[in-house]
Design a protein around this ligand. Structure first.
Ligand code: GDP
Ligand code: CA
Length: 314
């Protein structure tokens, strides 16, 4: 079984490749929930939903998140009431949030609801929220404001300079059922090319998860989300400096540090291979820009090959 630490779109693109080369039932993604928010009383889980929509083939093809063939009737009607439309939910997407919120109100944990949503979309892999507890990624800006991640990224378009990132509520959170068991039993733990700060760190910061990754005998192999010193999309280049990391394939590996046994960088960053290897992490370079399915599948094969070469800890 393969465990994958996963954010949103970068992870979804990677999981599409992985599930093409191993049986999808053997893939379990542990997904970031720090981005989750309440909007109009509905619980919205952007990373879980991005992966679900990608892997069920209903994702918006250009945007790469949300639903294809989407309409915004409800969002437009809401503007009538003077709501600031900073975070818009499409009509099709709303059905997912309505179902999830109803079930959460009935007392179902997020992990159970996530299974229901996955089944409804015909997912063959399993998605586990990192935690069923409420956690929230907060961005402290250099001008002294404390914003929800979505306020920083969507409302303010990632413009403010970032002083600090933290996972609020982490101290009371526990890993969702099966997260620790999955990590301990996995044949390999793969770190998707997701945002290191607001996707992967926010999974690892749930008490017990970083420890489980460290204790697991499984080799831990990550993929760099930085290609040629740049992000493919998103705001990792704005957040890495705030946590003292360099915006490079090498810098992200150093940020993950002892967690990693193997690191896959893009062929455009081949010069990083020796530096990373010198830190004791096995490193290979290959094409990691997963714009097409075949590249994503080849990348997954490279990760699994590296994991097999490293093997389980004695
Ligand atoms: P988000 O929550 O939707 O922002 O998604 P993630 O956290 O999963 O991923 C965002 C990160 O994925 C960004 O840092 C991107 O640079 C990276 N990313 C996206 N697509 C690719 C790709 O095809 N290859 C690589 N190497 N990184 C990617
Ligand atoms: Ca995200």
């Amino acid at each position: 079984m393969y465990a994958v630490l996963a954010g949103g779109v970068g992870a979804a693109r990677f999981l599409r490749g992985l599930t093409a080369v191993v049986p999808p039932e053997e893939v379990v993604a542990v997904v970031n929930v720090g981005d989750d928010l309440d909007r109009f009383g509905l619980r919205v889980c952007p990373d879980l939903d991005s992966i679900t929509y990608w892997l069920s083939g209903v994702v918006h093809p250009e945007q790469q998140w949300g639903r294809a063939d989407e309409s915004f009737t409800v969002a437009t009607e809401l503007e009538r009431f003077g709501h600031d439309p900073w975070f818009t939910l499409g009509d099709r997407d709303l059905a997912t949030h309505l179902h999830r919120t109803m079930r959460l109100h009935e007392g179902a944990p997020l992990s159970a609801v996530t299974d229901e949503v996955g089944r409804a979309f015909g997912l063959e892999l399993r998605l586990l929220p990192a935690t069923d507890d409420r956690v929230e990624t907060r961005i402290v800006t250099q001008d002294g404001r404390d914003l929800h991640f979505q306020e920083y990224w969507v409302r303010e378009r990632g413009a403010p300079d970032v002083a600090q990132v933290r996972l609020a509520g982490a101290e009371h959170a526990r890993p969702a059922p099966w997260v620790v068991e999955t990590l301990l039993a996995a044949d390999a733990i793969l770190v998707a090319p997701s945002n290191p700060v607001v996707s992967i760190d926010t999974i690892l910061d749930v008490p017990g998860i970083r420890e489980a990754v460290g204790q697991s005998p499984a080799p831990v192999v990550g993929v760099s989300p930085i290609i040629g010193g740049e992000v493919v999309r998103g705001m990792a280049h704005r957040l890495l400096p705030a946590v003292g990391a360099e915006v490079s394939a090498r810098g992200v590996a150093a940020h993950y540090g002892e967690l990693l046994d193997g690191w896959v960088v893009d062929e455009r960053d081949e010069d990083a291979v020796d530096d990373v290897a010198a830190t004791g992490v096995r490193c290979v370079a290959t094409d990691t820009l997963m714009d097409d399915r075949e590249v994503a599948a080849q990348l997954a094969r490279s990760c699994l090959r590296l994991a097999a070469e490293i093997g389980p800890a004695a």
